[in-house]
Design a protein around this ligand. Structure first.
Ligand SMILES: N[C@@H](CCC(=O)N[C@@H](CS)C(=O)NCC(=O)O)C(=O)O
Length: 235
């Protein structure tokens, strides 16, 4: 009997092959979700010199791409960050405990995604000399808005390191994955810290207690992604 794609995408022994550039960029949350879930994964680095050819072979001309390598030899391909994050989160039980919690998890996840993707999509095509003015505006408007609202929602949930209930969700992972970039971006005038935003900070420190996450952050690969990220984006 041949399995349907619906069955194949649920198989526990699939290898999740994430294809992305060799930096954190917009894929930090996906990578951390894979690490924390404990499922088989591999990270395939798309090198810039291969990209011109590879781009045409992707569904929308972008990475990340998730290739679900199934044991029967068929590979299922998924593009678009939102779709990949939510597919992996559902498999790993990172979307909350009920329908309404899931809606809320997606709300916080998407709010953070909007903030970080606006930043990345704005600066990538911009001439380097225009970046300082854009970043000054971003730090004066978009970022403080995100900080204010997320601190408020997290405080309302008890500043327990979680957006929803008392369990880890992909909304927590998304925020934890952007905090290190925000901290670096605002080194001269911090907007997120233990003192300034204790509820946001608790999301980061809570995830840092996860042994798989700790191990991942200590790897050479993680450090290389960080160094390339700083070289490419400046944070
Ligand atoms: N809508 C896409 C956007 C992803 C995206 O912006 N990818 C960038 C890297 S962060 C990319 O592929 N850049 C190369 C290109 O567009 O040629 C998604 O959500 O997955």
């Amino acid at each position: 009997m041949t399995s349907s794609d619906a069955q194949l995408c649920q198989a526990k022994d699939n290898v999740h092959n994430l294809v992305y550039f060799p930096f954190h960029g917009l894929a930090g949350c996906i990578r951390t979700t894979l690490i924390v879930s404990g499922e088989p994964y591999k990270f395939t680095n798309m090198m810039l010199k291969e990209w011109a050819t590879a781009k045409e072979l992707t569904p929308f001309g972008h990475v990340p791409l998730l290739r679900e390598e199934t044991k029967c030899g068929k590979t299922l391909e998924l593009a678009e960050i939102n779709a990949i994050e939510q597919f992996l989160a559902k498999r790993a039980g990172l979307l909350g405990k009920d329908e309404w919690q899931e809606c809320n998890v997606k709300m916080y996840l998407n709010s953070t995604h909007s903030m970080i993707s606006f930043l990345i999509h704005s600066i990538v095509p911009m001439p380097r000399e225009d970046r300082p003015a854009f970043l000054a505006k971003f730090k004066a408007t978009n970022l403080p808005q995100w900080v204010k609202h997320h601190e408020k929602h997290l405080a309302a949930n008890g500043s327990n390191g979680h957006y929803v209930g008392d369990q880890l969700t992909i909304a927590d992972i998304k925020t934890a994955s952007v905090i290190e970039h925000v901290v670096r971006l605002c080194e001269d005038a911090p907007q997120v810290s233990e003192e300034l935003t204790p509820a946001i900070w608790a999301v980061k420190t809570n995830l840092e207690k996860n042994p798989k996450y700790q191990e991942w952050r200590a790897t050479e690969q993680y450090q290389q992604y960080t160094a390339t990220n700083i070289g490419f984006f400046g944070f």
